[in-house]
Design a binder for this molecule. Structure first.
Ligand SMILES: Cc1ncc(COP(=O)(O)O)c(C=O)c1O
Length: 214
């Protein structure tokens, strides 16, 4: 991969970090609410925070407090055991949503991997008329579902089909705003359709033009 432009930032030697993207030559040392502070003490109004995720503001007091309280009790018993906070949160989520069950994951990509596995499991338990597993999940050109191999394969971003080829098979791509293109991809192996209810990273050009002129 190309040498990064931000190899060293003042007193910081960034050699040990794997290059994943070009970064500006500054190091953030603090964040409060919507403000970030760099290693020179300069403040920045942060319009972004996570890449489309983690939108709670920087270091909110309620998260600090909850982390301290829980860290003093127990941090991570094995997932082979129940723990109190996960039961409490899962119950709250099911009480206040249309969902019956909760699976906790560490990232959006992992959550989507879980959803893909769940759909494939259903397709294995409910085989098609010829006795084969159903595993194909119809996704969309320009979509974004994460950076693991399966979620990259599900994504329809330009160039992602060859970047870490071969892809995980079973993700035929339809066109957004074109129901016929979805119907055309349905086979006896189809088990699900996957799309972002709200598009953020996977911006569809037609929507972008609409926003521009709105
Ligand atoms: C629509 C969508 N799906 C999946 C992901 C992946 O989430 P994560 O970066 O937490 O793995 C993102 C993250 O930006 C996203 O916007």
């Amino acid at each position: 991969m190309n040498k990064p432009v931000d190899l060293n930032v003042d007193q910081y030697n960034t050699d040990a970090l794997l290059y994943i993207t070009n970064r500006p030559p500054l190091v953030f040392t603090e964040g409060h609410g919507m403000w970030l502070t760099d290693h020179h003490g300069k403040r920045y109004l942060d319009w972004l925070q996570g890449w489309a995720v983690n939108c709670l503001g920087h270091s909110p007091q309620c998260i600090q407090d909850a982390l301290v309280v829980q860290a003093k009790k127990v941090i991570n018993p094995s997932p082979a055991f129940y723990n109190e906070p996960s039961i409490h949160l899962a119950t709250l989520l099911t009480q206040h949503s249309c969902f019956d069950k909760v699976f906790f994951a560490n990232s959006g990509a992992e959550a989507n991997e879980g959803a893909i596995k769940l759909a494939r499991k259903w397709g294995k338990l409910n085989k098609n008329a010829t006795g084969d597993n159903r595993y194909e999940i119809i996704t969309f050109n320009h979509s974004f579902h994460g950076r693991t191999l399966a979620t990259m394969s599900a994504s329809g971003k330009a160039g992602w089909d060859t970047m870490f080829a071969p892809q995980v098979p079973g993700f035929p791509k339809a066109e957004l705003n074109d129901l016929a293109s979805v119907e055309a991809l349905i086979t006896d192996k189809t088990v699900a359709v996957m799309l972002e209810p709200v598009q953020g990273e996977g911006i569809h050009p037609f929507c972008a033009i609409q926003w521009h002129f709105a």
